[in-house]
Design a protein around this ligand. Structure first.
Ligand SMILES: NC(=O)c1ccc[n+]([C@@H]2O[C@H](COP(=O)([O-])OP(=O)(O)OC[C@H]3O[C@@H](n4cnc5c(N)ncnc54)[C@H](O)[C@@H]3O)[C@@H](O)[C@H]2O)c1
Length: 356
């Protein structure tokens, strides 16, 4: 299994993206996002997405060098169209403008429609955190067949609709970054398991007949299996809310049969950015956060080797480890990256030389 250093992986990804049509700046933004996802432990949203992106460019459903287009500027509401450009670029551009508006107005609401895959939604929460702001993100996914069961159903009706809530930390406490698919397992994690030749744990997927299985390939065959929603009917409810807030209010549409054949992975997002200074006294807020997180973490662990964490902790832990040791990639995932590189005209010997 190759383990690749952050900077080498970044070089590989930038070179592939530039060969696939992106200018230097766009390639750098997308590469940074993908590699950071791997560093954070989310291989599902890291460099393993490259083969799909190359495929989507060829199919015309991902368009390099497309900025986020501001469709409407309405006081503290900003409406963007991602124009099928790289979502990592368009969503971060839309967030930057929304953050500036929030600083002016105290709260800003942003919608982004027609973005190609925006990747790890936590990246946009981190933009808010870095600006000292809080944010909520509701996202849906269209363009392909639905992959998640509604609670009680036997086939997919929507996708892994991620939800993210970002809350800055204090001098004593790290930021809280809740960033999650609303399926029990993110689709990309099923791909990562399949590439590594692993079976899945129980109760994550069903086969095309609606029967539970441990075989990840059911999510890549025709007819298609489906993923369970997290949290039974409550998780299903949150997923549906992401579908309706992300898909309808952002204007990009929902996962109905008419959007399932567009191709690619298209995300629509509704985000609300809040300046906490406009709501509560800051010293009190920070003390409250410090005390609450300390209180929660002081719960005696069920397993002494696994102390209580808060959202954002696993990613921070992975980041430090992988920044030091490199990013492990399964032979299956690496081979697909080499094939994607070859497809855009970069010989595998060149890619291999970049990671040595
Ligand atoms: N763009 C898209 O269409 C799309 C779709 C689905 C998911 N995603 C992304 O996939 C990524 C992975 O999602 P996921 O659901 O697999 O994440 P996950 O299940 O690994 O983690 C979900 C959340 O739980 C927290 N967490 C994990 N273990 C914890 C513990 N023991 N104690 C406390 N908190 C804990 C994490 O910090 C994170 O905030 C996310 O970045 C998400 O944005 C993107």
């Amino acid at each position: 299994m190759p383990t690749v250093r952050e900077s080498a992986l970044n070089n590989v990804v930038r070179e592939i993206l530039q060969k696939a049509g992106s200018d230097e700046q766009e390639a750098a933004i997308v590469a940074e996002h993908l590699v950071r996802s791997n560093l954070c432990g989310h291989d599902s949203h890291g460099v393993g997405m490259i083969p799909a992106y190359i495929e989507h460019i060829a199919a015309g459903v991902l368009k390099p060098n497309m900025p986020a287009k501001l469709v409407k500027d309405d006081s503290n509401i900003l409406i963007f169209d991602g124009q099928l450009g790289y979502g990592q670029r368009t969503a971060s551009e839309a967030m930057s403008q929304t953050i500036s508006r929030c600083k002016e107005k105290g709260v800003a609401l942003m919608t982004l429609r027609n973005a190609h895959h925006i990747g790890r939604v936590g990246a946009y929460g981190e933009q808010s955190i870095n600006a000292g702001l809080e944010s909520l993100h509701f996202v849906n996914v269209i363009g392909h067949k639905p992959v998640v069961l509604p609670h009680g159903g036997r086939d997919g009706r929507y996708s892994t609709n991620p939800l993210c809530v970002a809350i800055p930390g204090t001098e004593k406490t790290d930021a809280i970054l809740l960033d999650m698919a609303t399926s029990r397992m993110a689709m990309g994690k099923v791909r990562v398991a399949m590439e590594a030749g692993k079976t899945l744990d129980d109760h994550l997927v069903v086969d095309p007949d609606g029967n539970p299985t441990n075989d990840p390939s059911v999510m890549f065959n025709d007819p298609l299996g489906a993923l369970f929603p997290f949290g039974e009917y409550k998780g299903y409810g949150i997923a549906l809310v992401c579908e309706l807030l992300g898909g309808v209010l952002a204007g990009g549409g929902t996962c109905l049969p008419k959007t399932q054949t567009i191709g690619g992975i298209i995300n629509n997002m509704l985000a609300v950015v809040i300046d906490p200074k406009r709501l509560v006294e800051q010293d009190w807020m920070r003390r409250e956060l410090d005390e609450m997180v300390r209180y929660v973490k002081a719960s005696p662990p069920h397993d002494p080797d696994m102390p209580v964490m808060v959202a954002g902790d696993p990613e921070r832990e992975s980041f430090l480890k992988r920044q030091k040791e490199g990013v492990p990639l399964s032979p299956g995932a690496w081979e697909k990256i080499l094939l994607a590189a070859e497809r855009v005209g970069i010989p595998r010997s060149r890619v291999t030389s970049l990671i040595e």
